[in-house]
Write a protein that binds this ligand. Structure first.
Ligand code: AMP
Length: 205
């Protein structure tokens, strides 16, 4: 299965990717995670991406497209994948269409104010990447690992990321709807409930 996970920052794409990976054995390709990994390793790509990430802007299309093109070319033909955080612009979606055929695009829908609330309390496990709430846990509830807050999860940057989402990424809803690929999910509520809705939609594919 070849999927795109679409939705505003904080809509739960990464959390659902963990469930999807377990159930469907899909390779998880998160462009944000790749940039953060590169930043940690101080690579030229990481340092370039940081300029944009810190202020909530998008990294230029050419850089992201090259990176995703390389990742997809590395997959074996039989491997399914889910793209998380890519595409984010129509140009990126057109590029993706030119290199692969998708089975579906899952759109995670959450109101903006719920997103601000989610992201201002989001913490991520350093060990396993599990996403949790900083007000509810001081250590990762899954593996006991140390939790950290993402640099861009502050209210000012969150609002800018949401603005950029509405301005540049929301257009992808029509792009994929017109191709008959869009699966719309109410992504409010508990992660397990959202995953039930995702599974119901995927059964129809
Ligand atoms: P994310 O982890 O998906 O929220 O991404 C974090 C940041 O990485 C974004 O705010 C962008 O600066 C950058 N980024 C991730 N994916 C893309 C993309 N497809 N196009 C442009 N910038 C991206």
């Amino acid at each position: 299965m070849r999927l795109v996970l679409l939705g505003a920052p904080g809509a739960g794409k990464g959390t659902q990717a963990v469930f999807l990976k377990e159930r469907h054995n899909l390779v998880h390709i998160s462009t944000g995670d790749i940039f953060r990994h590169n930043l940690k390793e101080n690579t030229p790509l990481g340092l370039e991406a940081k300029k944009y990430m810190d202020s909530g802007q998008l990294v230029p299309d050419d850089i992201v497209m090259k990176m995703v093109g390389t990742k997809l070319a590395e997959l074996k033909p039989e491997e399914g994948f889910m793209l998380d955080g890519f595409p984010r612009t129509v140009k990126q979606a057109e590029f993706l269409e030119s290199i692969t055929k998708l089975d579906g695009v899952i759109l995670f829908k959450v109101p903006d104010e719920a997103i601000v609330k989610r992201l201002t309390s989001r913490a991520v496990c350093k060990e396993c990447g599990n996403v949790t709430n900083i007000h509810e846990h001081s250590k990762c509830p899954l593996c006991g690992g140390e939790l950290y807050r993402r640099d861009d999860d502050n209210e000012e940057t969150i609002r800018e990321r949401l603005r950029v989402f509405h301005e540049q990424t929301e257009a992808l809803e029509d792009f994929y709807r017109s191709r008959g690929l869009l699966l719309e999910i109410d992504a409010t509520g508990m992660p397990e409930e959202v995953f039930e809705r995702v599974s119901d939609e995927l059964r129809l594919l």
